[in-house]
Design a protein around this ligand. Structure first.
Ligand code: BEZ
Length: 253
């Protein structure tokens, strides 16, 4: 399995847009008092905390121990655990499962979806948002092109993400037994804070793709990506990432 090393500090300082944009997903979840809610890939816990504000009992898991340590420090009264979603073994425990910007990191989708289905009570709901088909196409394209231009190899198997189309993901959910109430793929251009926004994004998220390179070579790739993307994705001192989200509501009938 792929290990992804997260930098919880950098994540909170520069990438809190991940949780900020997720805010309305919590409204879609509409947590109710005393409901038991599992937050998968909770990161540093901001959305789990928001869910808890509704009076729900939230349990956050994340495969990154560093993220969980940070979440637990920030929100000492909430429950968190370092756990990979493929290893979950909960049965009929949760009224809802929630996940924002995490599922696209997971390679064993069917295993994860089965685990989520089992974790839910009857009539329970699964509400999530993840990168969908076409997500960050320009950034991935720039990474590939930069490597080619710098005569460095692009290793396809280092690509860590799964960005599905709506139909494809709906089928997966239905195969596991879910009824899909809503599923939509939408464009959500996302601001990356500051002049170094793209570089910070690459430092944070391209570790897998560039794992075969030296630090010096990585620097060359970052600079090349900035050069390639600047004309179309940098305006008014602001970088924009071409995010595309897949958002859905599914229920355990
Ligand atoms: C996303 O949220 O779409 C995303 C974040 C980091 C890397 C890839 C995709």
């Amino acid at each position: 399995m792929m290990t992804i090393k997260w930098n919880a500090n950098l994540y909170d300082q520069k990438h809190d847009f991940v949780s900020k944009y997720g805010e309305s997903l919590v409204n879609l979840l509409a947590p109710e008092k005393h409901e038991h809610i599992l937050d998968i890939g909770c990161g540093t816990g901001d959305l789990a905390n928001e869910i808890a504000q509704f009076g729900a009992v939230v349990f956050g898991i994340d495969a990154s121990n560093e993220m969980i340590q940070s979440a637990q420090q920030k929100f000492p009264t909430l429950s968190f655990k370092t756990q990979d979603a493929t290893m979950m073994d909960y049965t009929h425990q949760f009224d809802a499962v929630f996940s924002n910007a995490a599922l696209h990191w997971m390679k064993q989708q069917d295993k994860v979806i089965d685990n989520i289905y089992r974790a839910l009570k009857q009539q329970g709901r699964f509400i999530a948002e993840m990168g969908g088909q076409g997500n960050i196409t320009s950034i991935v394209g720039a990474l590939r092109k930069s490597l080619t231009e710098l005569q460095l190899p692009y290793e396809e198997h280092f690509f860590p993400w799964y960005f599905p189309a709506a139909e494809e993901y709906q089928k997966r959910l239905e195969r596991a037994g879910f009824t899909v109430e809503m599923i939509t793929l939408y464009e959500r251009p996302t601001k990356l804070q500051g002049d170094d926004g793209l570089r910070n994004w690459l430092v944070m998220f391209s570790d897998n793709v560039l794992q075969h390179l030296s630090d010096h070579e990585k620097e060359l790739v970052y600079a090349k990506c900035e050069q390639l993307l600047k004309p179309d994705y940098y305006q008014d001192k602001q970088w924009i990432a071409d995010y595309r989200r897949l958002r859905f509501v599914a229920t355990k009938a």
